[in-house]
Design a protein around this ligand. Structure first.
Ligand SMILES: O=C(O)C(=O)C[C@]1(C(=O)O)C=C[C@@H](O)C=C1
Length: 284
């Protein structure tokens, strides 16, 4: 099966996608991944949704609220960042904003005067570092070639891709840094089977105790919530869309009963079931 994910080759998304697809194709936006799966252009998409250090990947969450897709699998992968450059001297550190944020303390301590540059992905930062010796990237260590020898310089002395080296390893601020990805499929493949369920609620009303009312149906049935995230609806200030994950499958009577209560509370808005899925840890 083919999966669309964040490129170019070498991103953490690529590494996660390899665990579920024979062929991985790339784009440079998470919204584009979800949209392409919703429209049926791709059978599967792999998008990051949450990091243990930096929290939600908001672009992915907003895309789930905008486009109708099913979440069919969860992948959790440890994220161990390396600093990759052509040499130890550089002025700029280029990476995905999530990766820059996950290494904030390390960068403040070791490279306080470096300029931080946001890229569409960690691997895009590596490409940038391969083209410019004044730029370092943050990404998976395998994006760097072995330390270069003099023979890997071009005649002009320009650096080649193989001049990239790992300047420092394990630079993430938290050693347990991990990112959670969801594998998305067309809405028709939504499943009721699995140990976890994700859904999105837009109540389109606001009154004291609303959030409590939305969560109580699960507490009442002893269903554990694993995540609650509020995102602005974009309609008006203070108006939210709630992303809720629970540790129960849609096949379970208690999940269906809780969701029926929530649908009644959100009758002015909408509830989208992303579906149920199982979770697995993908190493490397
Ligand atoms: O840039 C990448 O390598 C990605 O796959 C994206 C992403 C993200 O958006 O969270 C994925 C995992 C890491 O947490 C850092 C970046």
């Amino acid at each position: 099966m083919e999966a669309l994910t964040l490129g170019p080759a070498g991103t953490y998304s690529h590494r996660a996608a390899k665990a579920v697809a024979d062929e991985v194709v790339f784009t440079d936006s998470k919204t584009a991944i979800v949209e392409a799966v919703a429209s049926g252009e791709y059978e599967r998409g792999v998008v990051p949704v949450e990091n243990s250090t930096e929290g939600p990947v908001t672009e992915s969450l907003d895309a789930f609220a905008e486009f109708d897709v099913a979440a069919v699998r969860e992948l959790i992968t440890p994220i161990r960042h390396a600093l990759i450059a052509q040499g130890p001297e550089f002025d700029v550190v280029a990476s995905h904003p999530q990766a820059l944020a996950q290494c904030r303390e390390y960068l403040d301590e070791n490279y306080p005067s470096a300029t931080l540059e946001s890229m569409t992905s960690t691997a895009a930062g590596v490409e940038r570092a391969s083209e410019d010796p004044s730029v370092a990237a943050i990404g998976h260590p395998q994006n760097a070639a072995e330390p270069s020898s003099a023979s890997s310089q071009t005649e002009s002395g320009d650096a080649t891709d193989s001049d990239l080296r790992v300047v420092a390893e394990d630079i993430q601020d938290q050693s347990s840094n991990a990112t959670r990805f969801l594998v998305v499929a067309p809405a028709s493949e939504r499943s009721e089977a699995g140990g976890k369920t994700s859904f999105i609620v837009y109540p389109n009303v606001d009154y004291p105790g609303l959030l409590l009312e939305l969560l109580e149906p699960f507490a009442d049935r002893d269903v554990n919530l694993t995540r609650v995230e509020s995102r602005p609806s974009g309609e008006r200030l203070g108006d939210y869309v709630f992303h809720i994950d629970v540790e129960a499958g849609l096949y379970e009577e208690r999940t269906q009963a809780a969701l029926a209560e929530i649908e009644a509370i959100a009758e002015e808005g909408w509830v989208r079931r992303l579906g149920s899925y199982d979770s697995e840890t993908v190493l490397d």
